[in-house]
Design a protein around this ligand. Structure first.
Ligand code: HEC
Length: 319
């Protein structure tokens, strides 16, 4: 039994320690969050992900409505002439909600906000007409480059339709819809998107920097890791074929994987419009597992408008 007098003294010391630490936290912050500028990664991520790529009233069933696409432009959308360096553009067709940084530029930090407004003319972007954004940079006094958002519809006169057409389907990435699928399918039950400041560095890559998430919604960090962190998975494995096999049935490439198969994301038909016979595929796969076949059945190529394509576009964009 603790003597009541000792209990009272202990309680007072505890109060003092808690009060002290609260005072330090509240009155002596080590940095001011509002001064953190969005990094290049934050700008890229929010521009391809769009306004909200998780649960949102604009798309309650996460069906991919009103999502921007990221394209790689190899020809100029106005003149059709090849470009010296391919340009990454973020296309918001008419009616697509604009990204957070454009709607609320104070999320970007003071310097990026000012550059994006003055030089990038983001204030002129319109949801009703749609817009095309690119990233631009401005050299800073200390030798670094500060990236900002440029509204290419205002500065270059590029329209969403022209840019999508100039890029073509093979240079278009539906990563924003893919992120919605990531949320919808519960990938975050097992995977995190947040390497820690520990030995994670060696395996999963560097933890994010302050400012890498400015304007992103939702961040999809995950909480309880049962599987590899995939914040940088596109850097260590950029193979679309591997992703295709792995999502159709992870056991095709990792025999002991506990990851569920996501073959239903292919939808009813393959890239040629032919019906996918899932029953036959599984029967042949079981024969393969039992050693009655030498090779596993071939994984059908996904249709270009399938969920599988969007999810792979998302995963490969995690660099
Ligand atoms: C039940 C837990 C679980 C769920 C749910 C899950 N995964 Fe996995 N995932 C794993 C495990 C375990 C591995 C490692 C073994 C392997 O490669 O299959 C893995 C591996 C991966 C890899 C390769 C990682 C690397 O480091 O190369 C990717 C990419 C991936 N998963 C993406 C996804 C996506 C996207 C979803 C949602 C559609 C998902 N996973 C759902 C458990 C899970």
């Amino acid at each position: 039994m603790v003597n009541f007098r000792e209990y009272k003294i202990g309680a007072r010391f505890f109060g003092l320690a808690l009060g002290g630490s609260m005072t330090i936290t509240l009155f002596m912050p080590s940095f001011d969050l509002r001064n953190v500028n969005a990094t290049e990664m934050a700008l890229d991520k929010q521009l391809w992900a769009g306004h909200e790529s998780g649960f949102s009233l604009a798309d309650p069933f996460l069906r991919g409505d009103n999502r921007p696409v990221r394209v790689t432009l190899k020809v100029d959308p106005k003149t059709g002439q090849p470009m010296t360096n391919p340009v990454t553009a973020y296309v918001y067709p008419a009616g697509t909600p604009l990204p957070n940084g454009v709607d609320h530029p104070d999320n970007l930090g003071q310097i990026v906000e000012q550059l994006s407004q003055d030089k990038g003319r983001i204030g002129e972007a319109s949801k009703a007409q749609g817009a095309v954004f690119v990233l631009n940079s401005e050299p800073q006094g200390d030798g670094t480059k500060q990236f900002y958002i440029e509204n290419a519809s205002a500065t270059k006169g590029w329209t969403p339709d022209e840019v999508v057409k100039a890029a073509g389907d093979e240079n278009t990435y539906h990563a924003s819809y893919g992120k919605s699928i990531f949320v919808r399918e519960g990938c975050w039950w097992c995977h995190t998107l947040l390497p820690e400041e520990t030995q994670d560095w060696q395996v999963f890559g560097a933890p994010p920097m302050l400012g890498d998430f400015n304007g992103e919604s939702p961040t999809a960090f995950g909480s309880d890791r049962k599987a590899p962190d995939i914040l940088h998975v596109g850097s260590r494995n950029s193979s679309r074929e591997w992703m295709m096999l792995h999502f159709f049935n992870p056991r095709l490439v990792q025999p002991h994987s506990i990851m569920p198969r996501f073959d239903y994301l292919w939808g009813p038909v393959d890239a040629k419009g032919q019906k996918i016979n899932f029953d036959q595929w599984r029967a042949e796969y079981n024969e393969y597992v039992e050693g009655k076949r030498i090779t596993a059945p071939e994984v059908p190529m996904y249709a270009s408008n399938s969920d599988a394509r969007a999810l792979i576009d998302f995963v490969l964009s995690l660099k």
